[in-house]
Design a protein around this ligand. Structure first.
Ligand SMILES: Nc1nc2c(ncn2[C@@H]2O[C@H](COP(=O)(O)OP(=O)(O)O)[C@@H](O)[C@H]2O)c(=O)[nH]1
Ligand SMILES: [Mg+2]
Length: 238
């Protein structure tokens, strides 16, 4: 499938369809696009499949076709559908297109704790995000394969310090055992929720102050307007 199409038109279309009802019964408040990035073979696909389907596969082949998986969960008593995008193996050639990043509210930047090189490359991935993603994108740094402690090449302290300096959320996970995977995603989604809510609040403040200046009466019960504005912001920015 064409990455350009999938990252842009189809994703936007999916987001439009998904805000509203899920399978006709569950109400979805927000759809958040999250991208998973990082060097090849660090476990991106397995971390995602552990989170979305609670599955792990030792001989996972390189992902074929740009795809996303979804998982619906409750964040701060809202129903959030996380739409999490996985690369098609193009990261091997440093060829992830800007369409992949478009509209992403969050990013999981994964390295392998047993391969120093994959951690050294994190800075390059951050640069990619700076170029292609919105500057308010929330980033989680994930040291995966934490079950392979005896092969560790990246001390937790190094990653923790790097994450602090760069303002990233840091966790070590194991897609194999499942350790910390759900917690890392939940933390990222909660932070996205906070960022989106704050953006919406800021917009409301600007809107209401300009209304006051014009001498218009404010409708304090205009809750529907605020909610739909937040939905628009959270679900689609492309
Ligand atoms: N021991 C261990 N192996 C893992 C873990 N996550 C992924 N793998 C293995 O690492 C290899 C690459 O994983 P994959 O998800 O395809 O990496 P991707 O290229 O980043 O998507 C596969 O053989 C996985 O089974 C983990 O947490 N622990
Ligand atoms: Mg993969």
């Amino acid at each position: 499938m064409n990455a350009e199409m999938n990252g842009g038109g189809v994703a936007a279309e999916n987001r439009r369809k998904e805000v509203g009802r899920n399978n006709g019964d569950e109400k979805i408040d927000y759809v958040y696009k999250v991208v998973v990035i990082g060097d090849s073979a660090v476990g991106k696909t397995q971390v995602l499949s552990r989170f979305a389907r609670n599955e792990f596969c030792f001989d996972s082949k390189s992902t074929i076709g740009v795809e996303f998986q979804t998982k619906t969960l409750s964040i701060k008593s809202k129903v959030v559908k996380a739409q999490i995008w996985d690369t098609a193996g193009q990261e091997r050639y440093r060829a992830v297109t800007s369409a992949y990043y478009r509209g992403a509210l969050g990013a999981m930047l994964v390295y392998d704790i047993t391969k120093r090189k994959t951690f050294d490359n994190v800075a390059r991935w951050l640069e990619e995000l700076r170029v292609h993603a919105d500057n308010s994108v929330v980033i989680a740094l994930i040291g995966n394969k934490a079950d392979l402690e005896d092969k560790r090449e990246v001390p937790s302290e190094d990653a923790m310090e790097f994450a602090e300096n760069q303002n990233l959320y840091f966790s070590e996970t194991s897609a194999f055992t499942g350790d910390n995977v759900e917690a890392a995603f939940v933390k990222l989604l909660e932070e996205i929720y906070a960022v989106v809510s704050k953006k919406s609040l800021d917009q409301d403040v600007v809107r209401s102050s300009s209304m006051t200046l014009k001498g218009l009466k404010l409708d304090v019960n205009g809750e529907d307007g605020e909610v739909s504005e937040m939905k628009k912001m959270s679900s689609c920015s492309c």
